[in-house]
Design a protein around this ligand. Structure first.
Ligand SMILES: Cc1cc2nc3c(=O)[nH]c(=O)nc-3n(C[C@H](O)[C@H](O)[C@H](O)COP(=O)(O)O)c2cc1C
Length: 365
């Protein structure tokens, strides 16, 4: 890439994220694809992730369960068993062979689940015993104070397993209404113990996970994803800016590698709405690498980097549909459109590894 061209495309400039030397700013956002049969990553994921790997690119894996109570959707991968760790290894190796940096997003869905996904048909666990109004979910059981260290330990073991599988680090999934968010947000957290009530108390669960995971694998390998402004799955907050600022201030004390925040304009997983709110105060307050996501185009990704509103920009649907997205951004080439109906198809090829590369598109014309 010529120097002049690099200057013209802020997204295609190098960036040093802690110990990781990245060659550009276009990150693969975590994308659940529901093709990990029986919660075990499959060989077809080798091709999917390596298609999206560039030398010096950062990839974040699809959300990956920390334990057998963590699942809420069919065929999402886990990382709690030996079999799952072994199954991740060739996928991680393939990304490394192409020169990519690969983080594993570790999650627990909490109450966004039902008895059918739980061991022995037990109730899903949460911060609360109030259900979400969703036909797919069954009422949760509120975790007792004494049970919480066990769940924190599950995140710690999952992080250890991710290292064993060869990942470069983990991203703790603290966004989108799943278990950690069910503790963070005052719409979902109705606890009266030390994990509920005040802002500090609601953030305790997330921060204890950050601490445990950092102690296990090193804070220079730990990121977290947060969506303070979102209210999916009835996990909204009455003061998202205060929540976001308190969290980044606390994360600074743990010295973690990155904070990945979802834009306030993402009202649901797919729909973008104008929002007067901004991530800039959080970006300014956070000392580590700041990744933004949510409805970014090439143009506003470039502006975000050029104006120093972000270090890196994560792309979800555009990267899903364009395996060579960084190259297309570099060349300002047209993008393939994504096909929503195949996002979660369990097919190992269709809507997964069959989106064309730029060269193929040109040849096809
Ligand atoms: C098919 C699909 C699966 C997703 N899975 C996850 C996930 O596993 N973890 C997560 O944090 N976000 C997930 N998201 C949200 C994306 O990471 C991203 O934030 C969202 O798509 C908005 O970015 P975009 O406008 O670039 O697509 C998913 C989104 C889509 C469309």
């Amino acid at each position: 890439m010529g120097e002049l061209q690099a200057l013209q495309v802020p997204l295609i400039t190098p960036y040093k994220m802690g110990n990781f030397q990245l060659s550009h700013r276009v990150v693969l956002a975590p994308l659940t694809r529901q093709r990990s049969y029986g919660n075990v990553p499959q060989p077809h994921a080798i091709l999917y992730y390596s298609q999206r790997t560039t030398k010096g690119g950062l990839l974040i894996s699809e959300a990956t369960g920390v334990s057998d109570t963590a699942q809420g959707y069919p065929d999402t991968p886990g990382i709690w068993s030996k079999e799952q760790v072994e199954a991740w290894k060739p996928i991680v190796d393939a990304v490394h062979a192409e020169g990519g940096t690969f983080f594993c997003q570790i999650w627990h869905v909490g109450r966004v689940s039902n008895t059918g996904f739980q061991p022995n048909g037990q109730d899903p666990i949460s911060s609360t015993d109030r259900s979400v109004n969703d036909a797919q979910c069954t009422p949760p059981r509120r975790l007792s104070t004494e049970e919480i260290p066990q769940i924190i330990n599950d995140f710690k073991l999952a992080a250890r397993n991710a290292m064993e599988a060869g990942f470069d680090g983990v991203e703790i999934h603290g966004a989108h209404g799943y278990l950690i968010d069910q503790f963070l947000k005052d719409q979902a957290n109705d606890r009266t113990d030390k994990y509920g009530g005040s802002l500090e108390n609601r953030c305790k669960f997330a921060l204890e996970i950050v601490k445990a995971v950092s102690e296990e694998i090193g804070s220079d390998r730990v990121g977290i994803r947060l969506s303070p402004f979102a209210n999916y799955m009835e996990s909204g907050d009455s003061n998202p800016e205060a929540l976001g600022l308190y969290l980044v201030g606390s994360l600074n004390k743990h010295n973690i590698l990155y904070c990945h925040m979802v834009e306030p304009r993402m009202k649901t997983l797919g729909d973008i709405a104008e929002s007067p709110q901004s991530l800039v105060p959080m970006r300014k307050a956070f000392h580590g690498t700041f990744i933004v996501a949510g409805g970014y185009s090439r143009e506003d990704g470039n502006s975000a980097v050029a104006e120093n509103r972000a270090d890196l920009v994560a792309y979800g649907r555009p990267f899903l549909a364009n395996p060579d997205l960084p190259k297309r951004f570099e060349l300002n080439a047209p993008l393939n459109k994504y096909n929503r109906s195949t996002f979660y198809l369990s097919d190992p090829v269709v809507g997964y590894t069959d989106y064309p590369f730029l060269d193929e598109t040109i040849t096809a014309k």
